[in-house]
Each structure stands twice: as structure tokens, then as C-alpha cells.
Design a protein around this ligand. Sequence first.
Ligand SMILES: N[C@@H](CCC(=O)N[C@@H](CS)C(=O)NCC(=O)O)C(=O)O
Length: 153
Amino acid sequence: MISTPSPCKPSRAIDAWGTPPHMPPTKGGACKLPRPMTTKKGQGMSVQDRIKNEVEGTPVVLFMKGTPEAPRCGFSSAVVEVLKHFGVAYKGIDVLQDEEIRQGVKDYANWPTFPQLYVKGEFVGGCDIVREMAAEGELETLFKDKGIPTRAA
Ligand SMILES: N[C@@H](CCC(=O)N[C@@H](CS)C(=O)NCC(=O)O)C(=O)O
């Protein structure tokens, strides 16, 4: 089951900028190649446009601390576990790698903390909301309504 998150603390250091899309395990063990955040600094886009592109360009996006493979915060880790539980494919974006994105995402949803989950461009919530929605069956309904494939959980 989904366990209670531990306090926010680093697990281990990572050095990649941005994080690859996280795919649930496939039968053949195949996994898509890592790709960074699709819109990088210095391309003339505002940070708000970069964020908008991300959340509208990928069905499920998790702004988090650390990566899906190595979360650096208990709250982020808890949402990773929820998404894993549902077998949903998503892109994790490590806000610790980019201060501009870290602040910009807070402004984008007017939400002050991480993690932040987006489904089909819409902000769903942080750790507490996602866990509660998962427990109430609302998250599964949301995924279904939005056409996000899930593994029977
Ligand atoms: N109640 C929040 C807990 C998350 C939280 O408190 N996150 C903090 C510590 S990891 C945070 O993101 N602070 C802002 C920051 O570090 O920029 C939730 O449900 O997501």
C-alpha cells in the first residue's frame, strides 16, 4: 500500500538537468531513452511558457524534488509511489536542478510546495491531495476520464 511520507530530506545526489520520462516497467524491460525538459533556458521563452509547454505536451507531469528513480524528498517519493501503484507513465521534472523552474512552477499553479502533479495540463495537487484522491478512488477516475492508461491497481 501507499506509505506515509517521511520528512523532506535528500536521498542521494543526482547530476542530470531535468529528469527523463518515467515509464512503468514493460514486459520486455524496455524503457524509453531519457530526455531532458523539452524547452531549455536561452531559447527566448519565458519560464511560464516553458512550464506550460511541459504540462500541455506530456499527459502526466510531476514536478518534484529529485527523480522518479531517486526522489530527494519524502513528499515527492510518496507521489512517485502512488503513480507507480497505478502504473501510470509520467515525466518527472526535478525542480532542484533549476531555481527558475522551481519558482516558476509555484507561480504557475499558485501553489507554494512540491510535489505538483499535472494531468493533461491541469494542476491536480500536491502530496496530500494526490494521496487522498488515490485513497478515495478519485485519482483512478481522473485518469480514466482524461484517457490516461493505468494498470489495474
Ligand atoms: N503538504 C504538502 C507537503 C509538501 C511540502 O511541504 N513541500 C515543501 C518541502 S519538500 C516544499 O516544497 N517547499 C518549497 C520549496 O522547497 O521550494 C503537500 O501535500 O504536497
